[in-house]
Design a binder for this molecule. Structure first.
Ligand code: PTJ
Length: 249
């Protein structure tokens, strides 16, 4: 796999795919994560495999929202851990947001492996191994959370997942920032800020933005969040997909 020539037109996408496959080999990513990645790739293809203006605006507002949060938490699943471990650790340190492993296809073994993987990339304490609270009205394994983490957060950053937890968190009054390449997904539709971009671009972009915004006063950050229109961002993402499709056909 690593002998893919760097000038291959799909080099970046293939290398990203390789990271997910290697996540499965290491026991970090679920097999279902491969299917999720495939779905993401299809949407990424349709948006031109780059960060478009609507995604950039969402990432900027999300960075401001992370800095404004009083109890912000970064939720990590098997795909995000395989794709952007070092960047998630950087974002966690810059925003003082604990990392919490929260899985849909939860096994205790995988939780521990993800925690160790994040720690190998520089993380200190990572939450998630001993959940002691539950998200109300959520039947899946994702409901298992830590009282000092996601349960009492005011802002949760969710780099890609299936949809029902996002809805449940919003119902709890939590502001949810989600990264999802599919603007039609339940996650994207329910989140407070929906970033329609690949996590491999969105998280590094946010690391840079948070660094730039860190010294700014609260009023400035609040204005960025207030001026952001999530519905418009999702509509722009759909427009961009339709335009791209009509150009191809
Ligand atoms: O590690 P676990 O057990 O928590 O499981 C994680 C997955 C992702 C397997 C689980 O949450 C799942 O099954 O998710 P879905 O329902 O397949 O949804 C994943 C969403 O993420 C889809 O809407 C994809 O389009 C999107 N997606 C996939 N890869 C990326 C992505 N969005 C951004 N960047 C990606 N690289």
């Amino acid at each position: 796999m690593t002998d893919i020539p760097p000038d291959h037109p799909r080099y970046f996408s293939l290398m990203t795919r390789h990271r997910i496959v290697s996540g499965v080999d290491k026991g970090i990513t679920s097999q279902e994560g491969l299917i999720a990645q495939g779905r993401g790739e299809a949407f990424d293809y349709l948006t031109g495999e780059k960060t478009l203006p609507f995604a950039h605006a969402a990432e900027y507002a999300a960075s401001a929202m992370m800095l404004l949060g009083k109890r912000r938490v970064i939720s990590v699943n098997g795909n995000a851990a395989a794709l952007v471990p070092a960047e998630l650790v950087q974002l966690s340190k810059l925003t003082d947001a604990p990392l919490e492993v929260n899985l849909f296809y939860r096994t205790e073994e995988r939780v521990v492996k993800i925690i160790r993987h994040l720690q190998a990339h520089g993380a200190g304490q990572v939450l998630g191994a001993r959940p002691d609270a539950s998200i109300p009205c959520l039947a899946s394994q994702r409901s298992k959370v830590c009282r000092d983490g996601i349960y009492s957060a005011d802002v949760v950053f969710v780099p890609l997942e299936d949809g029902d937890r996002c809805e449940a968190l919003v119902r709890m009054g939590i502001q949810v920032i989600a990264v999802d390449l599919n603007p039609l997904s339940r996650t994207a539709q329910q989140a407070t800020i929906s970033i329609v971009d690949n996590v491999v671009r969105a998280v590094p972009n946010m690391v840079k933005m948070v660094r730039d915004l860190k010294g700014r006063d609260e009023r400035y950050l609040q204005e960025i969040v207030r001026d952001f229109d999530n519905k418009k961002g999702l509509a722009d993402a759909m427009d961009s997909i339709s335009r791209h499709l009509s150009e191809i056909m």
